[in-house]
Design a protein around this ligand. Structure first.
Ligand SMILES: NC(=O)c1ccc[n+]([C@@H]2O[C@H](COP(=O)([O-])OP(=O)(O)OC[C@H]3O[C@@H](n4cnc5c(N)ncnc54)[C@H](OP(=O)(O)O)[C@@H]3O)[C@@H](O)[C@H]2O)c1
Length: 272
């Protein structure tokens, strides 16, 4: 059984850990964080992770996943670089899921080490992440296989050039928040039209799950599915005309571009 070591035990680490456990639990999951021992104990109880100090984690893990906030990544990379001086990282794969940390930065701190930049989303927890992956220069086919095995077990994967990573983040990395927001707005509208909040939430949520399944399983594009549920003199067209009049398309584009721009800024801030 291979060990995967997590540096960082927050939201995204938990989503991936939960997904890996749901998918079959083939790995030992060793986890370290900065100071929150209660959090590690909680994860150990719920997912049978092994709280592990950093030295042991670096020694025993084949794959090391960095899941700390972008501002903390450079400090972690420096620690790994110091460990690497004694040959500790040879043959291992380092995966960073931090927004805004480029492969170039990972390789600057860890020359000669196989690194992958990954951008999953929190739907890893229900095995429906979409994870963008960028391949470092030292990555071989075995490393590719390891990265694909981990992230395929929590959803879809997409290898892409680093220049497209911020576009991916604007769609799938931050995308869950957009759909949560839209659902919140629909629930609020339902409540204002007299529905009980729990009913409005159930109606909105199940509708979202249903359209997700339709898009995944029908083989039809979202545009075609939309046309099929919109009759010319019906009710749905009235709602869609309100969205169009408010320039929904432009608003979504502006929001996605703002997200991607912040990604570029962060790459500058955290280039090390
Ligand atoms: N959340 C998302 O949807 C999402 C999606 C894709 C990618 N990401 C990326 O995932 C990363 C983590 O995000 P998050 O939302 O999971 O953050 P989070 O919930 O704040 O968790 C951060 C974790 O990092 C630990 N940590 C901080 N400094 C450390 C150090 N020097 N050594 C070891 N552990 C350290 C913290 O430990 P303590 O609690 O002990 O301080 C905590 O467990 C970010 O870089 C983000 O860009 C997040």
């Amino acid at each position: 059984m291979e060990n995967i070591g997590f540096i960082g035990a927050g939201n995204i680490a938990e989503a991936i850990i939960f997904g890996l456990r749901q998918a079959g639990g083939k790995y030992n999951l060793c986890v370290t964080n900065r100071s929150n021992n209660a959090r590690l104990a909680d994860l150990a109880e719920r997912y049978q992770i092994i709280p592990t100090d950093l030295t042991d984690l670096l020694r025993s893990s084949h794959v090391i996943l960095i899941a700390v906030k972008p501002k903390d990544v450079l400090g972690v990379l420096q620690t790994l670089a110091d460990a690497g001086l004694s040959g500790g990282l040879e043959g291992k794969l380092i995966i960073s899921v931090a927004a805004g940390i480029q492969v170039e930065t990972l390789e600057k701190y860890l020359p000669g080490v196989a690194v992958v930049r990954a951008m999953p989303n929190t739907s890893s927890a229900v095995l429906h992440s979409v994870t963008g992956l960028v391949r470092g220069h030292e990555v071989d086919e075995e490393h590719v296989h390891m990265a694909e095995e981990i992230f395929s077990s929590v959803g879809h994967i997409l290898w892409l050039p680093e220049s497209r990573m911020n576009a991916l983040m604007a769609l799938s990395g931050s995308g869950p928040a957009y759909f949560y927001l839209f659902t919140e707005c629909l629930v609020q509208a339902g409540v204002e039209m007299g529905l009980r909040e729990e009913d409005a939430e159930m109606l909105s949520r199940e509708t979202l799950i249903g359209v997700g399944k339709m898009m995944a399983e029908s083989g039809k594009s979202p545009g075609r599915l939309r046309q099929e549920v919109t009759s010319p003199n019906g009710t749905t067209i009235e709602a869609l005309q309100v969205f169009w009049a408010a320039n929904l398309k432009g608003i979504v584009k502006e929001a996605a571009e703002a997200c991607a721009r912040r990604g570029v800024e962060m790459e500058g801030e955290y280039s090390g």
